[in-house]
Design a protein around this ligand. Structure first.
Ligand code: M6P
Ligand code: ZN
Length: 190
């Protein structure tokens, strides 16, 4: 690891774009079947298949001593009354934490554990959110501009999407009377 040389990446705080861009992953609505609770709204919106979010991963070895880091951009919008959001994941090594620093926009960071704990934090420019070991995490854009944030986590943490894909999150964030509102997920476990 001592052979790995220090380097800079430059981030545009407004757009979240990294230079060099590293590995850019874009997720469109078509990549998120079964993620949003209103399937009729999902099907109707698939005519446009909008981009929901994307993230720029700095290329780092997937090893314990390293730190993966990336920027994410979640676009504003809704599927039915549910805001655009990330898929969400546990880490493949579940006992590894993560930090998010928000640069732009308004978000909700939804977190849960397999034991049943649940927590939501606000994301706003300057917020530094700590996602402890064992907490699944998803980010939701509840504002009208892109939600842009930086994330950093242990090099070998990896992503476990399966648990969330099978069961979902315990709660959803929907718009009700123009206000982001947390409700029980009617489809949890189905
Ligand atoms: C953040 C980090 C990444 C994650 C990305 C998108 O940038 O947590 O590790 O990949 O958000 O979230 P997801 O992997 O759940 O689609
Ligand atoms: Zn993570």
């Amino acid at each position: 690891m001592a052979d790995f040389l220090p380097f800079n990446t430059t981030c545009d705080f407004t757009t979240g774009v990294l230079n060099p861009p590293g590995n850019l992953i874009s997720r469109y609505l078509a990549d998120m079947q079964g993620v949003f609770h209103d399937n009729d709204a999902y099907v109707a919106m698939m005519k446009e298949n909008p981009k929901i979010y994307e993230f720029y991963n700095v290329i780092i070895p997937e090893e314990e001593g390293h730190l993966q880091h990336c920027t994410s951009i979640v676009y504003p919008g809704k599927v039915g009354n549910e805001y655009f959001m990330t898929k969400g994941h546990y880490h493949a090594i579940p006992g590894t934490a993560e930090i998010y620093i928000c640069f732009r926009g308004r978000g909700k960071l939804v977190m849960q554990t397999v034991k049943g704990d649940f927590k939501v934090l606000d994301m706003y420019p300057g917020s530094i959110s700590y996602i402890p070991p064992f907490w699944a995490h998803r980010t939701i854009n509840v504002g009208s501009e892109p939600l842009v944030f930086f994330g950093v986590y242990r090099g070998d943490a990896g992503h476990n999407y399966g648990t969330i894909e099978e069961k979902g999150f315990y709660k959803l964030v929907i718009e009700r009377n123009n206000i982001p509102t947390i409700i029980d997920n009617p489809l949890y476990g189905r």
